[in-house]
Design a protein around this ligand. Sequence first.
Ligand SMILES: NC(=O)c1ccc[n+]([C@@H]2O[C@H](COP(=O)([O-])OP(=O)(O)OC[C@H]3O[C@@H](n4cnc5c(N)ncnc54)[C@H](OP(=O)(O)O)[C@@H]3O)[C@@H](O)[C@H]2O)c1
Length: 243
Amino acid sequence: MNETTRIALVTGANKGIGREIARQLAEAGVTVIMGARDLQLGRVAARELAEAGLAVEAMEIDLHRQETIEAAARAISDKYGRLDILVNNAGIVDAEDGPPTRATMAAVRRLMETNFIGTLCVTQTMLPLLLQSKAGRIVNLSTTLGSLSVNGDPTSPYYEARLIGYNASKAALNMLTVQLAAELKDTPIIVNSVAPGYVKTDLTGGNGFMTPAEGARLPVQYALLGDDAVSGRFVEPQGVVAW
Ligand SMILES: NC(=O)c1ccc[n+]([C@@H]2O[C@H](COP(=O)([O-])OP(=O)(O)OC[C@H]3O[C@@H](n4cnc5c(N)ncnc54)[C@H](OP(=O)(O)O)[C@@H]3O)[C@@H](O)[C@H]2O)c1
């Protein structure tokens, strides 16, 4: 690794879209830290990529356990002294989620805790390292379901997808994108929300139109944006999404 090699952290990288983001970033020459809440699963995923000659390593990061996030930040600081790319990919859906009249409060709490608060926690903890980069990039894995405009549009194909916990947690994540992009506007850090498309993973029960590798493309594109790129955007494969 030389001084110009970029360093990325991808959360929830042991499977699904996250693993493919890690693979594609590493194929682009980035050194990738694959975050996983179960370190053994992370190591298995990292070994597979390392055997293909890619520069990756697994690190324990559980969005619910601040101590794992802080330990990861210390390890990244000691080894690399900075972080160039943070892909906030880890996320959940919940079987007890549903419309506002029926979702369980426990499910809504779990969704907010992981998808929003956990992601905010990782972002805050990694920010000092991102500020050490000449061109920090933050990609928040969102969903078109997190758009207030789409949820309120009776002509949208997503109009009936009433998952108050999931959709609200991703709308909150979008708020993080908007506010952080504004707060960091005088720094080299670029922050965007990226909806990957409808991807066949465990999260969707294997349903979807895209493979995880296809779902990783747009997040990877935004992780590798050049210096003149726009910050504080919400995009999906078809283009810009209205907040
Ligand atoms: N698939 C889609 O169609 C789709 C569409 C829009 C947005 N997204 C978003 O894309 C992201 C990736 O989704 P996916 O479809 O690839 O899902 P997935 O295959 O279920 O993978 C989710 C990843 O997040 C990890 N994770 C969950 N809770 C965590 C926690 N507390 N701490 C650390 N890691 C945690 C999982 O770890 P474990 O293996 O330990 O559970 C797993 O690695 C999510 O943010 C999702 O909301 C997906």
